[in-house]
Design a protein around this ligand. Structure first.
Ligand SMILES: C[S@@+](CC[C@H](N)C(=O)[O-])C[C@H]1O[C@@H](n2cnc3c(N)ncnc32)[C@H](O)[C@@H]1O
Length: 220
């Protein structure tokens, strides 16, 4: 049976530059076929950060530029956003970034070994506000099992949302997971992650008067 997906593929407009980036650059920055570990994909052992649903990749780009000593893996199914990141990654000449357009949940299961990632960041995931769509939310027990498996002990899971209902849902699911521990004490939110850039998703939430909840959990 097909698993319920956490996204709907709406391609929107792919600009000429994005299309060119996808065609010419994706092969250079994509996760190598058949590769099953970050050390192999990057050709080095280094602390590895994984972003799920990076949108247009503003955060990954800034982080990979500012932190050459870390490996960054970006997972995003929305191809215009992937094209945008690749275009900028090429301009910046990044060598510590790999991207994959596969469903993140499949990628985690098929491409990453246990305890191979130091941080997972999931910022402003689709909120799926209607009750009948809650099963599509990326933060939920079965998905957290996959996150926990690939995180190293002590590795962190960072999440943020501007939807009050999803913030409460996140807190419940994250607190309930036996492999995760709240870095700031049971049930607590975290300070806004200083590395995060204000993307259009967070900016829209703030414009609408939403407050943003950040969470930081550690793999036990
Ligand atoms: C609301 S956007 C947020 C983008 C970005 N994190 C930001 O804050 O600007 C959520 C993104 O997650 C992506 N997404 C949702 N489920 C995904 C999955 N299973 N694998 C990869 N990407 C996914 C969507 O395509 C969408 O671009």
């Amino acid at each position: 049976m097909r698993r319920v997906q956490t996204f709907v593929r709406r391609e929107g407009r792919v600009t000429a530059a994005q299309a060119r980036a996808l065609e010419e650059l994706l092969p250079h920055w994509s996760w190598p076929q058949g590769c099953a570990a970050p050390a192999e994909a990057f050709g080095r052992e280094a602390p590895t950060v994984l972003e799920i649903g990076f949108g247009a990749g503003e955060n990954l780009l800034a982080q990979a530029q500012a932190q050459p000593e870390r490996n960054f893996i970006g997972l995003e199914v929305h191809r215009p956003g992937v094209g945008q990141l690749l275009h900028r990654a090429a301009q910046a000449g990044l060598t510590n970034l790999r991207v994959c357009t596969q469903d993140a949940l499949e990628f985690l299961q098929q491409r990453l070994p246990e305890a191979s990632v130091d941080r997972i960041q999931v910022w402003f995931p689709d909120p799926w506000p209607k009750k009948r769509h809650h099963k599509r939310r990326i933060i939920q027990r079965a998905h957290l099992d996959h996150f926990a498996r690939v995180l190293r002990p002590g590795g962190e899971l960072l999440a943020a949302t501007d939807w009050a209902d999803y913030a409460e849902w996140m807190r419940e699911h994250l607190e309930a997971h036996p492999a995760l521990e709240n870095v700031h004490g049971a049930g607590q939110t975290a300070p806004r992650c200083a590395e995060r850039i204000l993307t259009r998703f967070e900016a829209r939430g703030l414009r609408l008067g939403h407050s943003v909840a950040d969470y930081a959990y550690r793999r036990r």
